[in-house]
Ligand binder design. Structure first.
Ligand code: N01
Length: 550
């Protein structure tokens, strides 16, 4: 796998390095880590952010595959914490491309002078809590040994790329790539025979572009996805002007919405609508494009009968778009409800399968036996390839956290604690791990929401919490086991009241062999969740134990 080898460490602030002691260590310098750093600075706390990549940006630093772009609209998928920033920045398209988002994040890093506290090309490997001092001892792969009162994990939900353990990968004579680890210089597939394994969001974005460049493309599909057209377009200046004139109110609505951006939602069941009305609603949303489709009716993710009407609508669209009926049928998702695996947003995805140079292989019918020196061997054919693209996803939500040796009270490890699945209080804190926070951790809306809205909410909550501790002269905060247990139960109950757990999704850990099957995000709604977190703080950090001393 191509790695980020261009090491560009930045010098540490001399005073801090000498002391090796910070108020807070932040792990990760993506959207979450950078904003956390900004908030800590405002509080007058010293902080060091460690970032494994050789640049800031997290997800947007790593995922540089062809066609990578955000499927939440750019006016929504941007920081709201600074009105000057949101007024001065201009997005060029309805959905921002990866290069544009990365430029934006770099702009933010410069504009708020964040780089001097970010140490790049440095991976945090271990963090251990010292009960005598209420501090974390943090180690990195470059030999740093520092201590911090607070350890804030801004490690991202989809940052641990997974390449399935196919037999023979090391024998492959061509080149291979993972979408989440794409070479910075890009890849030219011109004239090549390319294979793409996987058909999730990353694959669905990259396949149309790879197909246009490559001599031939073979797509290896395990589970077909529901994908809706993006209808991307240049930013409409009038829309931008109107929205910016009213940005504060627009952001307020997003923060209190169900998913972190405003989706016009009909508050009644799909079954309550006559079939022609229902169809028109679906057609309108399909034509508008994007993730707002699931707001068509209130119960699409709750009632199977309602969901089936939307799923059938999608299936008809796929059959109409793909000329070869057998190929169309293979692309039609069956057996799980629409939206219970992350819905995809595409440009020309289904049409790509009408090209002469594109072949679809159903790996359920003909499983991949091995990667060979020549390419991919399935049960009934060998596909000769020059390059293989693994669009096989991530060890989501827990992978990055469990990749670090985190030890809390009495040396207990997070890996042991989460052996049966992640357990948190509010997705923010973990019993037995004082002064450790997880930004958009499991048990919070995170991946079910507009990530940047959830990131800002968590960062603000953590910053306010630290300000409170400082103001009260308190040294440690820790979730109680009882509060954690109650939250885990609640997250489960809410999740299991929906259709989500039916699908074999990465929300459930189902994409990683051996990973516990737990529905990890909180689907109670972004606005409801925010209120809950605010109430916890307002009640003096209910469910936490606060102790004195520094
Ligand atoms: O990963 P995925 P992704 N043999 O896990 C298949 C966000 N995102 O990188 O479904 C064969 O969704 C796997 O099959 P199955 C977004 O939240 C956002 O595409 O497990 N196939 C699946 O088809 C998204 O959901 C954006 O049966 C194997 C694919 O690989 C999340 O990131 C863009 C396999 C993996 O799909 C992850 O998306 C991109 C095996 N052994 C990503 N193992 C935007 O904002 C796995 N697969 C647009």
């Amino acid at each position: 796998m191509p790695l980020d080898t261009d090491v560009q460490r930045q010098p540490m602030d001399a005073g801090a390095e000498a002391a090796g002691a910070f108020d807070a260590v932040i792990v990760g310098a993506g959207l979450a880590g950078l904003y956390m750093l900004h908030r800590l600075r405002q509080l007058g706390l010293s902080a060091r952010a460690y970032e494994a990549g050789n640049g800031v940006g997290g997800t947007w630093h790593w995922n540089r595959y062809p066609g990578a772009r955000c499927d939440v609209e750019s006016m929504d998928y941007s920081y709201s914490f600074s009105d000057e920033l949101q007024q001065e920045w201009t997005w060029t398209e309805r959905y921002a491309s990866q290069p544009e988002i990365l430029r934006y994040i770099n702009h933010v890093a410069d504009r708020f002078d964040l780089r001097r506290d970010v140490q790049l090309s440095t991976r945090v490997t271990a963090a251990a809590f010292d009960e005598a001092t209420n501090r974390w001892a943090v180690q990195t792969d470059r030999g740093d040994r520092v201590s911090a009162q607070f350890c804030i994990m801004a490690t991202g939900c989809l940052s641990t790329a997974q390449v399935p353990p196919f037999k023979g990968l090391d024998t492959f004579a061509g080149r291979w790539y993972h979408t989440g680890h794409w070479p910075h210089e890009g890849v030219d597939f011109t004239g090549q025979r390319v294979g793409v394994i996987g058909t999730g969001s990353s694959a669905i974005q990259s396949i149309p572009l790879i197909a246009r460049q490559a001599a031939s493309l073979v797509v290896f599909q395990r589970t077909p996805n529901f994908s809706i057209p993006a209808r991307n377009a240049p930013m409409d200046p009038e829309y931008e002007r109107r929205l910016k004139a009213n940005y504060a109110e627009y952001r307020r609505q997003a923060r209190h919405s169900r998913v972190g951006f405003v989706v016009p939602t009909n508050e009644y069941s799909a079954m309550a609508a006559p079939p022609d009305v229902r169809h028109r609603e679906y057609e309108d949303r399909w034509n508008r494009g994007g993730l707002g489709f699931t707001g068509a009716f209130s119960d699409l993710l709750i009632a199977r009968e309602s969901n089936d009407t939307a799923a059938e609508f999608f299936r008809a669209k796929i059959r109409a778009a793909v000329r070869d009926p057998a190929v169309a049928e293979t692309l039609v998702p069956k057996g799980y409800p629409l939206g219970t695996k992350r819905m995809c947003v595409d440009t020309d995805y289904y049409d790509t399968f009408n090209r002469d140079n594109v072949t679809l292989v159903d790996v359920n019918a003909t499983p991949i036996d091995a990667i060979t020196p020549r390419g991919v061997r399935t049960r009934d054919a060998e596909h000769d390839l020059d390059s293989i693209v693994f669009a096989t996803g991530f060890d989501a939500m827990t992978g990055a956290l469990l990749g670090i040796d985190i030890r809390g009270r009495a040396g207990a490890t997070l890996r042991e604690k989460w052996a049966e699945g992640p357990r948190t209080y509010l997705g923010l804190a973990i019993a037995g791990f004082p002064n450790l926070f997880t930004v958009t951790g499991p048990g919070s809306p995170s991946v079910i929401s507009n990530m940047i809205v959830s990131i800002e909410q968590h960062v603000d909550w953590i910053a306010d919490c630290l300000a409170h501790l400082r103001a009260q002269g308190l040294g440690a905060i820790e979730a109680t086991a009882a509060a954690e247990e109650a939250w885990v139960t609640h997250v489960n109950e809410v999740g299991h009241a929906t259709l989500y757990p039916i699908a074999n999704s990465w929300y459930m850990g189902a994409n990683i062999p051996g990973k516990p099957r737990i529905f990890m995000p909180y689907v109670g709604g972004v606005g409801t969740y925010r209120q809950r977190c605010d109430d916890v703080a307002a009640r003096g950090y209910e469910g936490f134990t606060l102790t004195s001393g520094r």
